[in-house]
Design a protein around this ligand. Structure first.
Ligand code: BES
Ligand code: ZN
Length: 641
């Protein structure tokens, strides 16, 4: 009986006929501690949305109509919500006429929001919720015109991952529920709305836009943006949206996108989503990128002018296979999304830009990972992390990304690239449009790789990789010959053999610069530690050395966001004051959390720094996204009043 219900609720009764051999498919999907929903009793299959985008009130107002599968006839529908104002709920049988329904909203939890429970009359299979969002919705950012590139029109964008979709749509906000959706969005007439769905770049700008996503996706991939946007084609299936003053720069920077799609398909099977477009957002976007299907959202800080930061596109594109096609069933399985994607990202970079580029990115990744491992508790170093009772964003460290990617690299190196590529391709195909747990992956891995080559399998401690903290001793250690060269030069400069102006930097890529700066910082730190062989460097000496670098290479005004970030971080750490005005400007103009959080953290380490941080934050805070604000409030112990 249970088996029948499970098959039925997944809606794959027929499909299972051909896949019954795989035991892992029959496991019940794991409990998601980050959702109130009860999808094993009532499961949402489709959502029809209809909103007005009210910029003056900073709210979305309208309806969400959910079509559900009733698995247990007597069970109510339970949805996730956060700060939604629910006006009225109606139900319908077949969608013809809707009748008023009762509903209750439970107590709000700080992390999870509040459950919305709707008892369902017999046979009812549609539920319509009339609601509006709150101006402080965690998944929405409303920008005033001055916060945009064009300064003339307001802008709205969403960010749903991990559990913010519930702040703008009442739904079953768990990645194990997949839905199709349609939407109608009304906006001010001069603005364009785009979604993670079919977008018609030539749609008339009449303030009335319709969308359809006909492949089932998890809630965290539902996305919307509204602004003064232009479109530029990049290839037959690819294009970019951005504000008019940014569109040329964006199109130039992202011109390899079509090539990346073709390359990825060659190794991992067809791109299943139709078009692949990228939306370049205003600088307050709190992430580097977000893999919203058919329409990646990206920070403008990747527009370096030399394509040196397009690993982000490779990454978000790779999610079209790892994440969007095969999705983590719960947030403890997040590494299935990000580890696989980071591995694929590097494979794409290697194919498009060559092996040395891949080696550099992998080496930078390993350094970040080791640095993070040095600060994390054991329980947070486990790929299959226990996040019960915690915010799923707490799990978003280098562990799922870099340790996950390193694990796959270990498998690749052990079984050989040809076999491992074949394995991954069939994995994506096998679990396409499904949400799976770590256990399901392990079952598939065992059956299709480990058990086939037991002698090789003995070399990879799979359980240790997935269920234990730290790194196995046999973990690969990616290195880069180009970085070794950089380090040699840095060493000669640090030991005062050569002046900074004699370091041959002319052919350095962004990655080499990053390695150089990080190497210098590491040398400063080890020179300062007790027992280090190098001579101890005084604070003044370090600031002097930075000043020499700055004079030679003009690092403070760098327009490359990654280099600027690394430089500013070092400037704080070594009290290099000439960089402080640039630091302030950076913190006031960029909202990407990966950059601003470490900078505020670094500042907060000293009393004067903390004072400086608070002065800047007081001005910057209203321009940051709610997700970034939540993080920085915590760093600075900020109390809004
Ligand atoms: N899916 C993530 C972004 C994300 C993760 C948002 C968790 C919310 C919760 C996206 O694919 C990502 O990893 N972005 C990275 C860039 C990437 C090149 C590593 C980022 O934003 O820094
Ligand atoms: Zn990612």
């Amino acid at each position: 009986m249970y088996r029948f219900l499970f098959c039925f609720c997944l809606g794959v009764v027929i499909a299972l006929g051909t896949h019954m051999g795989d035991a892992q498919e029959m496991e019940p999907t794991a409990r998601d501690f980050h959702s109130y929903a009860n999808p094993s009793a009532v499961r949402v299959k489709h959502i029809d949305l209809d909103w007005g985008v009210l910029f003056d009130q900073k709210i979305l107002k309208g309806t969400a109509t959910l079509t559900v599968d009733r698995i247990s006839a007597d069970q109510p529908l339970v949805l996730d919500t956060r700060d939604l104002k629910v006006e009225k709920v109606e139900t319908s049988v077949g969608g013809q006429s809707f009748s008023p329904a009762t509903f209750t909203i439970g107590e709000a939890d700080k992390i999870l929001g509040a459950p919305l429970t709707v008892p369902l009359p017999a046979n009812a299979n549609q539920v319509r919720i009339h609601y509006s969002t709150s101006p402080s919705a965690s998944g929405l950012q409303w920008l005033e015109p001055p916060q945009t590139a064009g300064k003339k029109a307001p802008f709205l964008f969403t960010q749903s991952e991990a559990i913010h979709a519930r702040s703008w749509i009442p739904l079953q906000d768990t990645p194990q529920v997949r839905v199709t959706y349609t939407a109608r969005v009304r906006t001010p007439k001069n603005l364009l709305a785009v979604m993670s769905a079919e977008n018609d770049a030539n749609t008339p700008r009449d303030g009335d836009y319709s969308f359809r996503m006909d492949r089932p996706i998890p809630s965290y991939l539902i996305a919307l943006a509204v602004g003064d946007l232009q479109f530029r084609s990049l290839g037959p299936r690819t294009g970019v949206y951005a504000e008019p003053s940014v569109i040329d720069r964006a199109a130039r920077e992202l011109s390899d996108t079509e090539k990346m799609v073709v390359t990825t398909e060659r190794t991992y099977g067809p791109y299943r989503w139709g078009r692949y477009d990228i939306l370049v957002l205003p600088p307050s976007f709190p992430y580097g990128g977000m893999e919203n299907p058919r329409l990646t959202f990206a920070t403008p800080t990747i527009l370096a002018g030399d394509k040196s930061l397009v690993s982000l596109v490779a990454h978000e594109l790779a999610h079209s296979w790892s994440g969007n096609l095969v999705t983590n069933a719960t947030w403890r399985d997040f590494w299935l999304n990000e580890g696989f994607t980071t591995y694929l990202e590097r494979r794409i970079l290697e194919a498009v830009y060559g092996r040395p580029r891949e080696e550099m990115e992998a080496a930078l990744g390993l350094r970040d990972l080791n640095e993070e491992i040095a600060t994390l508790e054991d329980r947070d170093e486990i790929l299959h992390i226990d996040l019960k009772g915690r915010d799923p964003d707490d799990g978003s460290t280098d562990i799922p990304y870099e340790k996950g990617a390193l694990f796959l690299r270990h498998l690749e190196q052990t079984f050989g690239r040809a076999r491992f590529d074949q394995f991954l391709k069939s994995y994506f195909n096998h679990f396409a449009f499904q949400s799976i747990t770590t256990e399901q992956f392990v079952g598939y891995l065992k059956q299709h790789l480990l058990d086939k080559y037991p002698a090789l399998a003995a070399k990879v401690p799979v359980d240790e990789w997935i269920y234990k903290p730290g790194l196995p001793v046999s973990a690969p250690r990616p290195t880069s010959p180009a970085f070794a060269q950089v380090a040699r030069q840095a060493q000669r400069w640090l030991s005062r053999e050569i002046p900074a102006t004699s370091i041959s930097t002319a052919k350095w890529t962004t990655q080499e610069w990053l390695h150089f700066l990080k190497f210098v910082q590491e040398s400063f730190e080890s020179a300062g530690s007790p027992g280090a062989s190098a001579t101890q460097l005084s604070q003044t000496k370090k600031a002097k050395l930075l000043s020499e670098l700055d004079r030679a290479f003009r690092l403070t005004p760098s327009g490359n966001s990654e280099i600027a970030f690394q430089w500013l971080l070092m400037s704080i750490r070594n009290h290099y004051e000439p960089a402080y005005p640039r630091l302030e400007e950076f913190l006031l103009s960029v909202g990407r959390r990966k950059f601003i959080k470490p900078l505020y953290e670094e500042l907060a380490k000293t009393p004067e720094g903390k004072k400086r941080a608070l002065t800047i934050y007081r001005r910057a805070r209203s321009g940051y996204h709610p997700i970034a604000v939540a993080s920085i409030d915590e760093v600075l112990k900020w109390r809004a009043d």
